[in-house]
Structure formats: C-alpha cells, structure tokens
Design a protein around this ligand. Structure first.
Ligand SMILES: *[C@@H]1O[C@H](CO)[C@@H](O)[C@H](O)[C@H]1NC(C)=O
Ligand SMILES: *[C@@H]1O[C@H](CO)[C@@H](O)[C@H](O)[C@H]1NC(C)=O
Ligand SMILES: *[C@@H]1O[C@H](CO)[C@@H](O)[C@H](O)[C@H]1NC(C)=O
Ligand SMILES: *[C@@H]1O[C@H](CO)[C@@H](O)[C@H](O)[C@H]1NC(C)=O
Ligand SMILES: *[C@@H]1O[C@H](CO)[C@@H](O)[C@H](O)[C@H]1NC(C)=O
Ligand SMILES: *[C@@H]1O[C@H](CO)[C@@H](O)[C@H](O)[C@H]1NC(C)=O
Ligand SMILES: *[C@@H]1O[C@H](CO)[C@@H](O)[C@H](O)[C@H]1NC(C)=O
Ligand SMILES: *[C@@H]1O[C@H](CO)[C@@H](O)[C@H](O)[C@H]1NC(C)=O
Length: 439
C-alpha cells in the first residue's frame, strides 16, 4: 500500500449569497381603483378593471380586466356610496352625493345591469367581489337609496373574457417574494452499512423566486389566448459529502429529496390561484474498486436566472442569466479507482388555476448542479455514471500516482404539463483536466 494522498482543488468566483426564510402565502384582497373622483364609476360599463393586493407587508399584486356579459358597476369604485346592504335577493345602496345618486338613477337600466360589491355589509365573503344580476330597481329619494332586486351570481357566469396579470414584486421595490432554504432541515447519512458509509456533512440549498405572469381567458369558449410566467430566480447550493468504503461498489445513485412548504403565492378568490411548490434534492453518484475514503464538495450559485415561459407556445419562451459560478474540491485516501459525484437540485413547479378549475395547468423548472470526480489508478477509468459526462483517460503512464479529473455540470430544464419540456441551459465545465496526481 502506498502512502495516503489527498488533493484539493478550487475554482472560485465571489458572489453575494441569497438566503432567507419562508414567507407566508399571499391571499390578495380587492383594492379600490385609484381615481381622483368617484363619479366615473357610476356609469355602467362592459369592461371593468379590478385591482388586488396582499397585505401591507407583502408585495404581491394583481390586476383583472374583465369583459362582462352585461353593463356592470363596481361599487367599490364609487366613493360617494355610504352604505351597501344585501339580503338574499336585494342590494341596497345609499349615497352621500345627490349628484351620483341621480346619475345612477338615470344611467342604470334594470333590464341590463350587474352590480359588483366588495366586502360591504353582508354582500360578499372576505377577499372576493359579490356579483349580482339586477332584475329591478327602486328608489328612495329621501334617503338617497337605490334598492336593486338582484340574484347573486359569479364572475365565472357573468364574464365573457378575463385578462389577469399578477406580480409578486412591489411596484416600488424589488423585494424578493419567495425565499426558501434547506440548511438545517436535513443532513446525515445517505447510506450507512458495514462496508459503505456516505455522509452529507454540509447541505445548504436555497432559492429565491420572483414570480409574475398573466393569463387571457375566453370564458365563453374556455380557451386561454395568453398564458405566461416570468421567473426571476436566485439559487445557492452547497453540498459536502464523504464516503468511507471497505469494499468495491459499482455505480450507485443515492439521494435524498425534501419537499419544501407548498406556498400559495397568490390567490384571488374565485378568479385565479397560483400555487408554487419547491422540492430540494441532494445526493451522490458513487463507485469504487476497493477500500478508501473519498470526500467531495460543490457549491454553486445562480445570481439572477431569468425565464419567460410561454405556456401556450414553447417557441416564444426565453431565458437569460443561468451561467453558474461554483467552487469544488475532492480528496481520495488510497490507491483505488473511485468516483464520487455530489449533486444538488431544485425543482419549482407552479400550478395555475383560473376560475375555480376552468383552466388548470402547471409548469415548472428544474435546476441541477453536479460535480463529477473521477479518480483512476493507472489510467483505467472505467466507471460509468448516468450523468452523460464522459471523462477522458489520461494518456501515458502515471507511475506512483493516479489520474484525476473533475467536471462541473449544470442544467436547467423547463416543463409545461402535457405540452412541452425542454432543456433551457446545459453546461459541462472542466474544473480539473485529467492529470496524474502523485501519491
Ligand atoms: C372592451 O375591451 C375590449 C378588449 O379588452 C375592447 O376590444 C372593447 O372595445 C372594449 N369595449 C369597450 C366598450 O370599451
Ligand atoms: C326621485 O328623484 C328622481 C330623480 O330626481 C325623480 O325622477 C323621481 O320622480 C323622484 N321620485 C319621487 C317619488 O319623488
Ligand atoms: C409588476 O411589477 C412591475 C415592476 O415593479 C410593475 O411595473 C407592474 O405594473 C406590476 N404588475 C402588476 C400586475 O402589479
Ligand atoms: C375562443 O375565442 C377567441 C376569441 O374570443 C378565439 O381567438 C379563439 O380561437 C377561440 N378558441 C376556440 C378553441 O374556439
Ligand atoms: C478511512 O477513514 C477512517 C476514519 O478516519 C480510517 O480509520 C480508515 O483507515 C480510512 N481508510 C482508508 C482506506 O483510508
Ligand atoms: C467560492 O469560494 C470563494 C472563496 O472562498 C467564495 O468567496 C465564493 O463565494 C465561493 N463561491 C461559491 C459559488 O460558493
Ligand atoms: C484508458 O486507459 C486504459 C489503460 O491504459 C486502457 O485500457 C483503456 O482502453 C483506456 N480507455 C479509453 C476510453 O481510452
Ligand atoms: C444537455 O445535456 C444532455 C446530456 O449531456 C444532452 O443529451 C442534451 O442534448 C443537452 N441539451 C442541450 C440543449 O444542450
């Protein structure tokens, strides 16, 4: 047996770390349209705009443009309404302003009117608009009150076309919306038997996502004409593993996956729900021809990967900024052939549900970083792995030493359920060209 040897290599580039904690889900609530006077809102209109945002702490927002089947008034946009009260078949609206009251009397047609209420009286549930189809109108001039006989309905029934854009980023700031970290969630043995122990000493996986997107949906024929997501992603992966082998092993893939909290980033009650979920995975590919200790680690980072994902047409999807920075190192303690390839992956999938199930699709992205470390005595590299990376034999003799080579691989795949899946980014970078390392 020759002397123990060890080898450490590094390829480095400094970048800021992006770590954080889980933020709560955002249930968006309706907000008033920003307008100078309330009087514009009195006029019924086929086209209406609704605005939604999360609580003041959060940055999520959405904008809904709806084309209604009947002229519609959105009561929350009429500033001069003092009270709204609903019963099972009436909506009672009282005005502060005589002008708006009289305009309403002259402009509202009982044959052709939808009223949208917003958390007024007992007209609707929290965070949703009430939708009422009017059948007749009565007036009380003394109290400036209009009483509509009306049947409660829904946007799903009364809208012809919906266009929704949503955003997890505050208009004023670039605050990250969704950050999830796996660091203390798990670490330990991937395998621990008499002959083989593979231990994960360090694992730090973290991702930060800005999510926005839009959908145009034709309610009459249940067809989406536009559907896209924009993702702005930062990733940090840091994995250190060691293997202690007492015997030879052919290629094994050992892995651990962790489902991070499923975060409902957006929900506009009855209209749209966006449910992202994250899965983190760590593992190794391992093979060895004899007794030795091996260690390997990788840290990789994507500072600002951007993705425009068209869920209807893959050809218009685009991406940028996925080039990773990374550090890696590896050691081997004895004269054997070995391979120890730590990997980390992050999968983000996003479910989109429009109008309580009328449209239900999901899309996602998976990023995987892996270091392929090959240790080979006398040029006999022969271990095969399933990562597709082939490692060159060293040429010539390597007396009293072993061949070592190391590659960094990084890939990003996107998928849209039932429609397409494709590789967005794929790179294999040599960290260490095949070289004879002396024992
Ligand atoms: C309503 O909006 C649609 C497109 O969103 C437009 O084609 C139509 O002309 C608008 N109607 C009115 C009355 O503004
Ligand atoms: C209430 O006011 C409207 C509009 O000013 C008017 O047309 C109507 O006659 C009034 N009704 C009664 C009962 O005074
Ligand atoms: C999303 O954020 C961008 C930039 O902050 C802003 O311009 C846009 O209006 C927002 N969209 C929505 C629907 O809030
Ligand atoms: C649904 O209607 C829109 C126009 O409103 C049209 O562009 C689209 O092709 C229609 N889709 C189907 C499947 O009929
Ligand atoms: C591996 O490490 C263990 C614990 O440090 C040591 O006892 C053993 O001799 C090492 N084996 C080899 C083959 O280097
Ligand atoms: C690589 O190592 C350098 C020096 O230790 C460090 O500054 C940098 O953040 C590391 N990069 C990654 C991607 O871990
Ligand atoms: C690698 O080197 C060994 C020993 O020199 C040789 O038998 C083997 O054919 C080589 N493999 C490749 C792929 O070059
Ligand atoms: C990515 O790499 C895999 C395996 O190495 C290869 O099969 C695939 O064609 C590559 N895709 C792209 C887009 O480069």
């Amino acid at each position: 047996m020759r002397a123990l040897s060890s080898l450490v290599l590094t390829a480095a580039m400094a970048l800021p770390t992006v770590l954080g904690s889980v933020e709560p889900a955002h249930v968006l609530h309706p907000v008033r349209m920003r307008r100078d006077t309330g009087s514009d809102g009195v006029q019924p209109s086929y086209n209406i705009s609704l605005y939604y945002q999360a609580g003041s702490q959060s940055s999520a927002a959405a904008h809904v443009d709806a084309q209604m089947k009947l002229p519609t008034v959105v009561l929350d946009n009429i500033n001069s309404i003092s009270t709204v009260d609903c019963s099972t078949d009436t909506v009672e609206i009282t005005y502060d302003s005589a002008v708006d009251y009289e305009t309403s009397i002259s402009e509202w047609s009982s044959a052709d009117l939808i009223i949208l209420t917003n958390h007024e009286g007992n007209c609707d549930t929290e965070n949703a608009h009430g939708v009422y189809v009017v059948s007749s109108l009565a007036y009380d001039n003394d109290t400036q009150t209009i009483t509509a006989q009306a049947a409660e309905s829904s946007l799903r029934e009364q809208a012809a076309f919906l266009s929704v854009t949503f955003n997890s980023t505050a208009v004023a700031s670039r605050k990250r919306d969704l950050t999830i970290t796996l660091s203390d969630e798990w670490s330990g043995d991937l395998i621990n038997t008499d002959d083989l122990a593979i231990d994960v000493q360090e694992v730090d996986l973290s991702t930060t996502v800005d999510l926005s997107g839009g959908v145009d949906f034709d309610v009459s024929n249940l067809t989406a004409t536009t559907l896209y997501l924009e993702l702005d992603i930062a990733l940090v992966a840091d994995v250190s593993v060691s293997a202690q082998a007492e015997a030879s092993y052919s290629t094994n893939v050992l892995s651990y996956t962790f489902d991070a909290l499923s975060v409902s980033a957006f929900e506009i009650a009855g209209i749209l729900s966006i449910g992202p979920s994250l899965t983190f995975g760590v593992g190794v590919e391992f093979a060895i021809t004899g007794e030795a200790n091996v260690t390997a680690d990788v840290s990789a980072q994507i500072a600002d990967g951007r993705l425009y994902l068209d869920l209807l047409d893959s050809s218009t999807s685009s991406s940028s900024g996925w080039a990773p920075t990374y550090n890696a190192s590896a050691t081997l303690s004895a004269e054997v052939d070995a391979e120890l390839n730590p990997f980390a992956d992050v999968e983000l999938s996003i479910g989109i549900d429009v109008l309580d199930g009328l449209l239900d699709v999901s899309a996602g992205i998976e990023a995987r970083a892996e270091i392929v470390n090959e240790f080979s005595v006398e040029g006999s590299v022969a271990l095969s792995t399933d990562n597709g990376v082939t490692v060159e034999n060293g040429s010539g003799s390597c007396e009293n030493g072993y061949w070592f080579t190391s590659d960094f691989t990084f890939g990003v795949d996107v998928f849209v359920t039932d429609l397409y899946s494709e590789t967005l980014y794929n790179v294999t970078l040599p960290i260490y060209d095949t070289e004879c390392i002396a024992f």
